[in-house]
Design a protein around this ligand. Structure first.
Ligand code: TYD
Length: 137
């Protein structure tokens, strides 16, 4: 299974500029409970390094570019996000790392759950153990 699930959002361009929108459950497949964004990023300092038990996320690089690594405990894939109308699903129980941020990068993330530290798996070995528990049957 491909870990990289990109959704192209509709973009409206005219002489005034560009507009992109998305609606929960229409353009992305979950209800949005939280929005956060990363900016002023240091290209030498990767972020993320965790997975979520429950939270589904949709990440859009609305300015600049960055790369995201996704890992399901068996394989790793990377993708470059560099378009403001291109969103990446980061599903639950997917280890993710963000890196190679351009100086102007703004990464917008929509999440299906409110912030809850209990939903994080921040240790990679623990993540692999949790994945194995789910696939034992
Ligand atoms: P952190 O998990 O380190 O960010 P990243 O996933 O990019 O590596 O989060 C940085 C801080 O922000 C940390 O103290 C937790 C806090 N935080 C919130 O309070 N709410 C949120 O929605 C998020 C994503 C982080």
């Amino acid at each position: 299974m491909d870990l990289i699930e990109i959704k192209k959002l509709k973009q409206f361009d005219d002489s005034r500029g560009s507009l992109v929108f998305l609606e929960e459950l229409n353009d992305i497949n979950f209800q949005i409970k939280r929005v956060y964004y990363l900016f002023n990023l240091n290209c030498n300092e990767p972020r993320g390094f965790h997975a979520h038990y429950q939270t589904e996320q949709f990440a859009i690089c609305i300015a600049g570019s960055c790369e995201i690594l996704l890992d399901d405990g068996q394989k790793r894939q990377t993708v470059k996000l560099d378009k403001s109308n291109m969103g990446l699903y980061i599903h639950k129980m997917i280890w993710h790392e963000m890196y190679n941020f351009s100086g102007d990068c703004v990464l917008l993330v929509l999440a299906s759950q409110k912030y809850n530290e209990q939903d994080y798996i921040r240790n990679y070995d623990d993540f692999v153990k949790e994945v194995n528990k789910l696939t034992e049957f």
